[in-house]
Design a protein around this ligand. Structure first.
Ligand SMILES: [Cu+2]
Length: 498
């Protein structure tokens, strides 16, 4: 194995010397596809996997073993500009950094627990000795705060895997990371781009930065720890073949859908599939604990969506489904913690009154959910809408025993909301149409944050693009060679690597 590495390293050194970039040497498995005008597969190499908005876990050699250092710890993860959650992750992020290795590698992971409670890491899908499997209490003692554990095993597989805490609720605070194993013989046909995307979800009550891991109603949906529009677009060249590796670990499955092109499902969490098993689709249900490798020919130029098709997963801070909390009444002040968590304080917990939202609610909805349509986030926003002042809201949504109170002026909301819709964006009779509003407040160029999420990969997108994106959503940009080179140049200027 060492001999094989030396051979490859020699090749990469020559390649680097030829001007292909020193970064090729560091990661160990790579091949700048375009540098030599050939595909990596023709060169006998795998393309490095790109992990947008994420990092790769560095490693070093120790006598033929690839040694990684991984820390479980609380992290502050910025989902979109200005929205930061307190999560638990690995080595500074949630999801954790990507481990990218080769079939046949011997790996050692020096693991430290910086959490305030026990944990252990499970290597999801790996066929390794039982005492390395990372199930606390069963295959190993749990790792106490401040404790360490050394995992070491040889990789006999290839494909898309991941690592995660084997403590269930820790998973829901973000504790997962990709574990990609390149094959000894590169997959065919070769791809020019290989992306890894981790799907996650969080339920965050208003005013909180810590997700409620007991909730099953999610208002923040992420790819690689970012919500749209902050997820970096996948930029590929027209004619390239692209692989996207999707991984999911949460409570929901996600039907990930690609616009404009069909893809082949070439691999699962069980590894590469024989060609006879490939399925042609444009939507794949990525169930919990699954991984799917999707491959497509980028033969349709344009800016395409790759997104979860669950409607509630296409928006950020989805407050619209929690009834009165969003419809002028707001979250009542002075509410107790049990009430805020939606815990009934009297009567039968599974009564018709409480049952439907037991364990699911975003707090007060377990008592107050009523058949109301979507609404703006509070009365301040409502007041800013044409013809929808507080009096209108009160008229439309009386609540017995608790008259509508005009909320305190909300400066930020007023500033953001006022005039956000162009005059013709809302019909004059909108308030008389049952169901209004649905998306009127949610989307639009006036809600854009183009500047805040600008990156080399967003170069040339139409102004206001970011106002139409939210949740688990990323752009796939199939661009011509000139634009591709331009963006690659910007990436180099920005000091970007794979
Ligand atoms: Cu989804």
């Amino acid at each position: 194995m060492e001999k094989k590495w030396n051979t490859r390293r020699g090749f990469l050194r020559r390649l680097a010397a030829a001007g292909a970039g020193g970064w090729a040497l560091k990661a160990g498995v790579l091949a700048p596809a375009a540098a030599l005008g050939e595909t990596p597969a023709q060169r006998g190499l795998n393309v490095p996997v790109r992990y947008p908005n994420g990092r790769k876990l560095p490693w070093h050699w120790d006598n033929g073993v690839k040694v990684f250092h991984l820390v479980a710890e609380p992290v502050r993860q910025e989902l979109i500009p200005g929205t930061v959650l307190d999560l638990w992750g690995y080595s500074g992020s949630a999801p954790g950094p990507m481990i990218e290795v080769n079939e046949g590698d011997r790996v050692r992971i020096l693991f430290e627990n910086h959490l305030p409670e026990p944990t252990a890491i499970h290597w999801h899908g790996l066929e390794i000795p039982n005492d390395m499997d990372g199930v606390p209490g069963i295959t190993q003692p749990y790792i106490v705060p401040g404790g360490r554990f050394t995992y070491e095993f040889t990789l006999r597989q290839n494909g898309t895997y991941f690592y995660h805490s084997h403590m269930a609720m820790q998973e829901m605070l973000g504790m997962i990371g990709p574990f990609i194993i390149h094959p000894t013989v590169p997959y065919s046909p070769a791809v020019q781009h290989d992306f890894a995307i981790v799907l996650q979800e969080y339920a965050v009550l208003p005013g909180n930065s810590v997700p409620n891991t007991m909730s099953m109603e999610y208002n923040w949906l992420t790819m690689n720890g970012k919500s749209a529009p902050a997820i970096t677009p996948l930029v590929v060249r027209l004619g390239d073949r692209v692989r996207v590796r999707l991984m999911n670990l949460g409570m929901d499955g996600h039907p990930i859908h690609l616009h404009g092109m069909q893809f082949w499902l070439t691999g699962t969490e069980g590894g590469r599939q024989p060609v006879s098993n490939w399925i042609r689709r444009n939507t794949v249900w990525v169930a919990v604990a699954q991984a799917w490798d999707c491959e497509f020919e980028a033969n349709n130029p344009g800016t395409w969506m790759l997104h979860c098709h669950l409607p509630h997963h296409m928006m950020n801070n989805m407050a619209s489904s929690v009834g009165p909390m969003t419809r002028g009444y707001g979250l009542p002040a002075g509410i107790s913690m049990p009430a805020g968590m939606g815990m009934p304080s009297s009567g039968a917990a599974l009564s018709p009154q409480y049952g439907p939202s037991m364990g699911r609610g975003m707090g007060i909805s377990s008592q107050w959910e009523t058949p109301e349509a979507n609404g703006p986030q509070h009365g301040g926003a409502m007041a800013a809408m044409p013809g929808m002042g507080p009096s209108v809201a009160r008229q439309r949504h009386p609540r017995p025993g608790q008259p509508y109170e005009s909320p305190a002026p909300h400066q930020a909301a007023a500033g953001q909301m006022h005039g956000m819709q162009p005059p013709n964006a809302i019909a004059p009779n909108a308030n008389q149409v049952p169901g209004f509003p649905q998306d009127a407040y949610m989307e639009g160029p006036q809600m854009n944050m183009d500047q805040a999420v600008a990156s080399p990969e967003t170069y040339g997108l139409p102004p206001g693009w970011s106002g139409f994106m939210g949740g688990m959503m990323v752009l796939v940009r199939v661009v011509d060679d000139a634009l591709y080179q331009k963006i690659q140049g910007l990436r180099r200027q920005a000091g970007r690597k794979a």
